[in-house]
Every structure is written in C-alpha cells, then in structure tokens.
Design a protein around this ligand. Structure first.
Ligand code: ATP
Ligand code: MG
Length: 263
C-alpha cells in the first residue's frame, strides 16, 4: 500500500539538452521536494541556466522528463504556482515598464480572463513590493533600477502571483553583502511559509544556513547531490564528501553522484 504524498514541485529525470548541436546537459536528475530549499552550483558554462530554463519550459530537451507539481511540463497549466527569476542579463533589459506594472503582470497570470484589476490585486502587488523592500521605488522604471533591485522586483512578481516554487538564477551575483542579507531574510520567511526554492548560485554567503541540499553540475552532468556542508568552496565547486553517507538531521540524504572526478 502506498500512502498519498504531496507531489514534488519539481522532478527532472534523465534530462538531455543540446544547443546548436552541442550537448549541454546529459542525463540530469534534479528534485525539489515540497518545502525544500535546493541550491544548484557549478562553474560558468556547466549548464545551470540551461537546466532551470529547460525545467520551466524555455529550452526544449531531446530526452528525459520534467514534472511540475506532479504534472508533465507539456500539460502544466498552473503557471502562477511557478515563479521564475532569470539570470540578470536576460531579465528585463529594455523593458520600459514600471515596477508596479511588472509585479502586477505576475498577479494577472493568476487569471483566466482579462478584466479590471481588483482591490485584492492591488493589495497583493503592494504587499509583494513591500516584502522585497522596494516600496519607495514602486513607480520607477525597472530598466533604470540596479541589477539587485531588478531581481527583487522579479521576486515580488512571483510573490504577487502566489508562487509555490521559486526558481532563481543567480540572484546574489554582484549583490553587496547587505542586500544578500535582506534576500536571505526574505527567503527564510518564504521557506518558513512552505515555499519551495531552487536557487542557482556561485557563492552562498548568508544564504548557506537556509539551504537543505546542494546539487553540483560539472560540464552538463550532476556530480554531487547532498548536504551543502560537503561543498566547502562553492566558488570553485570542489566537493569534499565526508566518510560514509552524509545525512542531515532533517532527513535529506546525500548522494555523491557518478564517482567524483574530485575524489
Ligand atoms: N542559446 C545557446 N546556444 C548555444 N549554446 C548555448 C546557448 N546558451 C548556452 N549555451 C552554452 O551552453 C553551455 C551552458 O550554458 P549555461 O548558460 O547553461 O551555463 P551556466 O552554468 O548557467 O553558466 P554561468 O554560470 O556563466 O551562468 C555553455 O557552454 C554555453 O556556451
Ligand atoms: Mg547561468
């Protein structure tokens, strides 16, 4: 007998992607369980962005499967359950919209029909903007905001939509320590409310204590999947696995994958 379980927000199996005829991801598995905070690490060009873009349906894959909340990607319709914050350079370049408009666009994704924005929509937008600490920039053009502020505006957009899985591609890159601290505080609050998070990062900084599990990509394949403590130097992603099978008190098991070129 199997007990009913909450479907994983994200389950990627055997994902293989080629771009311009060149293999970029090979047989990648990646899971984010309900309420879990997973970080995806790897050197420049290892395929992190391609993986998260494929997972949200922005990049086609040649083989493998992606399920969001238990539904195959091709049949997934509840877009508002998924909040995707792209890597900065791709995010909002050239978009003349104000932050209020960008965040409201997340709110409108919840609707089946186009209609007048309601009081609830406005309240949700204002609450989301306040939550990322940008209330004083509500009417600013997003294109004129700093990279870190743009990233926060996109997080606010996902929050306004009520996202249950937040996928962020390097929100900490080029962000100063104080802003990393505020991001950590914001994400800690979301995790406490049950939001699941997949975060692509180079350096973890103040986010490290929040993270349940780390997945390391090297050259398009997963070489480590386990506790973040074993990843001592995320900047260069050298994995040092302790003797025996690492296991955290909260029960997430560590699985060094593929025999480790690093061992
Ligand atoms: N549109 C594209 N067409 C062809 N090749 C691409 C494309 N996008 C990415 N690549 C290649 O795929 C590989 C993985 O790129 P990707 O952007 O996924 O890496 P990344 O791990 O996110 O790197 P970074 O840390 O620099 O963001 C790289 O070799 C890159 O050059
Ligand atoms: Mg990237």
């Amino acid at each position: 007998m199997t007990l009913p379980t909450t479907p994983s927000p994200l389950a990627v199996r055997g994902l293989t992607v080629a771009l311009d005829g060149r293999p970029v991801l090979r047989q990648v598995d990646l899971d984010v369980s309900a309420g879990e905070f997973v970080t995806l690490l790897g050197a420049n060009g290892s395929g992190k962005s391609t993986l998260v873009r494929a997972a949200v349906g922005l990049v086609p894959f040649s083989s493998g499967t992606v399920e969001l909340f238990g539904t195959p990607l091709g049949r997934f319709r509840d877009r508002q359950r998924l909040g995707y914050v792209p890597q900065r350079s791709r995010a909002v370049a050239g978009v003349p919209a104000t932050m209020h408009e960008v965040v409201m666009s997340g709110r409108l994704a919840r609707r089946r029909f186009v209609g007048w924005r309601s009081k609830d929509d406005l309240a949700a937008v204002e609450a989301a903007i306040a939550r990322v600490g940008l209330s004083d920039r509500t009417r600013s053009a997003v294109s004129e905001m700093s990279g870190g502020q743009q990233q926060r505006a996109l997080i606010a957009r996902a929050l306004a939509a009520g996202a249950e899985l937040l996928i962020m591609d390097e929100p900490t890159a080029g962000v100063d320590h104080d802003n990393q601290e505020s991001l950590a505080e914001l994400l800690a609050g979301l995790v406490a409310e049950g939001t699941s998070i997949l975060l692509v990062a180079h350096e973890l900084g103040p986010l490290r204590p929040l993270i349940h599990r780390a997945v390391v990509l090297e050259n398009g394949t997963v070489t480590y999947d386990g506790p973040v403590d074993a990843v001592r130097d995320p900047e260069h992603v050298h994995v040092h696995v302790h003797s025996g099978r690492p296991e955290k008190a909260d029960g997430f098991k560590g699985n060094p994958v593929g025999g480790g070129q690093d061992a």
